[in-house]
Design a binder for this molecule. Structure first.
Ligand code: SAM
Length: 212
């Protein structure tokens, strides 16, 4: 996701330490203290402008949600969108998904969502894909035992690669959908901003659910 630099972004982040964390190490093992209720924590890595995580938090108040994003301007936009309402079970973390073991204790997270992750189609960029084995190792460590990963994309190449990568890692698939929007699984679907854009163009949306 490319966005123009927003001069207000750093100031907005600094003004809302109750909602967004820039130095995640301080909360390792203690994320639940940042929420009103102690309940299972679900994270989205690469949360973008926040549409999915905001609507998930509103739909499922029985879980705590953390949107994680590597681009400061992008997470500032997500924060701005989230501040329009009072959503007590939602937090943001400005961080690189590759470093999540620095910010979460082993087993602290109950589910990882990956949505429309950057495809990085060149083989030499494989390591940057959020379903590359080093990322899977990070998710496995911070997730509860048999923790689940849910992944959606419009990108066939990245989806095929992810099936291969998760399978090679030894993960167990709970479901694979090649046209999510025309499946029963869609009943509970919460759209992301990219999903909305691509499905409007008639592109099928792929989804997988798998656990370690
Ligand atoms: N999930 C949103 C959606 O579905 O609309 C945004 C999708 S956008 C294509 C991918 C996002 O992942 C970008 O905002 C990008 O900055 C973020 N991202 C890429 N690599 C990341 C990483 N290693 N850690 C955290 N975020 C990352």
């Amino acid at each position: 996701m490319r966005v123009r630099n927003k001069p207000w972004a750093p100031e907005l982040i600094e003004a809302h330490p109750e909602k967004i964390v820039e130095k995640g190490q301080a909360f390792k093992g203690q994320w639940n203290q940042r929420f009103e209720k102690e309940q299972p924590i679900f994270i989205e890595v690469g949360t973008g402008k926040g549409q999915f995580i905001i609507n998930m938090a509103k739909k499922y108040p029985q879980y705590n949600f953390i949107g994680i994003e590597i681009q400061k301007t992008v997470i500032a936009i997500a924060l701005k969108n989230a501040l329009e309402e009072e959503i007590p079970n939602l937090q943001f973390l400005y961080a690189d998904g590759a470093e999540l073991t620095d910010y979460f204790e082993d087993g602290e997270v109950s589910k990882v969502f990956l949505n429309f992750s950057d495809p990085w189609p060149k083989t030499r960029h494989e390591k940057r894909r959020l379903t590359f084995k080093t990322f899977l190792k990070v998710y496995e460590q911070i997730l509860v035992k048999n923790g689940e990963v849910e992944f959606k994309t419009d990108n066939q190449g990245l989806f095929e690669y992810s099936l291969y990568s998760l399978n090679n890692y030894g993960m167990t698939f709970e479901g694979v959908w090649l046209d999510l929007h025309n499946s029963e699984e869609n009943e509970d679907n919460v759209e992301t901003e990219y999903e909305h854009k691509f499905s409007a163009k008639g592109q099928p949306i792929y989804k997988l659910k798998a656990h370690f």
